[in-house]
Design a protein around this ligand. Structure first.
Ligand code: GLP
Length: 251
């Protein structure tokens, strides 16, 4: 593993996706072991999938109790029935919430098919206000620089909100094959992310190469939401060599 720092972001560069996943899972399990009732924010998608697979067996193997850990879902596609394949809910429930035995009171989650999405945002915002701050925000890096469903825009919205999905998001493998591809999403806002005590950003593969560099280019640009992570004092980007290939000093 090689460590480099750019614009206050620490990059931990691993040979491949498996190695970065093992490191990320270790960070999460250590937090669950050490902290009292930590609140962990969960992205979805392909990058964290292996990390999430590793967490329940690591907890069991290390004898780490999970009866106080709390989770909050980062984002969700709107207008899909709850838990159908492709929803963030299906992924997180299957990989973490059920295997770790997390009860409903310890899992804060947007519904994917709320009657009133704006009211759903208000519900999650109020609960997060009461339960926060987030101790660790696990994030993925969108191909267009989005964080959660904070999409590139002229201005970003601080807290939970409904968002119109970019073409890039609508083409994401999670929903590409669904009958009716969602056009709207629901997400924690950029301030919710920046208020987390610690951010763990996962980036893997050559398709994230340019994004990793642009994220730490020195300017904070709402047209590239990941650049806002430069404002946070404790961001670790756990990535593989493919994703870090254009990052100065990483190879
Ligand atoms: C989707 C998810 C995000 C995720 C992003 C990157 O937009 N809603 O939570 O961070 O994709 O996904 P991947 O890791 O599959 O590239």
């Amino acid at each position: 593993m090689k460590t480099v720092r750019h614009a206050k972001v620490t990059f931990a560069v691993f040979p491949d996706h498996e190695a970065l996943s093992r490191s990320a899972a270790r960070i999460v399990v250590d937090l669950i072991r050490m902290a009292d009732a930590p609140l962990i924010c969960l992205a979805s998608g392909s990058t964290p999938r292996r990390t999430y697979d590793l967490i329940p067996p690591l907890c069991r193997g290390d004898g780490v109790t999970t009866d106080r850990v709390r989770f909050v879902k980062l984002d969700e596609w709107l207008d899909l029935p709850t838990r159908v394949p492709g929803t963030c809910e299906a992924q997180l429930t299957e990989q973490l919430i059920d295997p770790l035995g997390v009860d409903a009171g310890r899992y804060l989650s947007f519904a994917s098919d709320p009657v009133d999405p704006v009211a759903e945002c208000a519900r999650v915002a109020t609960a997060l206000e009461a339960q926060g701050p987030i101790d660790l925000a696990i994030l993925g890096l969108g191909r267009n620089g989005h964080l959660g469903f904070n999409e590139p825009a002229k201005a970003l919205i601080p807290n939970c909100h409904v968002t119109t999905l970019s073409a890039v998001s609508q083409d994401h493998p999670m929903v590409r094959d669904t009958n009716a591809v969602p056009t709207r999403g629901i997400t924690l806002g950029i301030a919710d992310i920046l208020h987390a005590r610690r951010v763990l950003l996962l980036a893997s593969g050559a398709e994230k190469r340019e994004q990793v560099v642009r994220m730490v280019s020195g300017t904070v640009d709402p047209r590239f939401p990941a650049s806002f992570l430069q404002l946070h004092p404790a961001v670790t980007c756990v990535c593989d060599e493919d994703a870090a290939a254009l990052l100065p000093g990483a190879s």
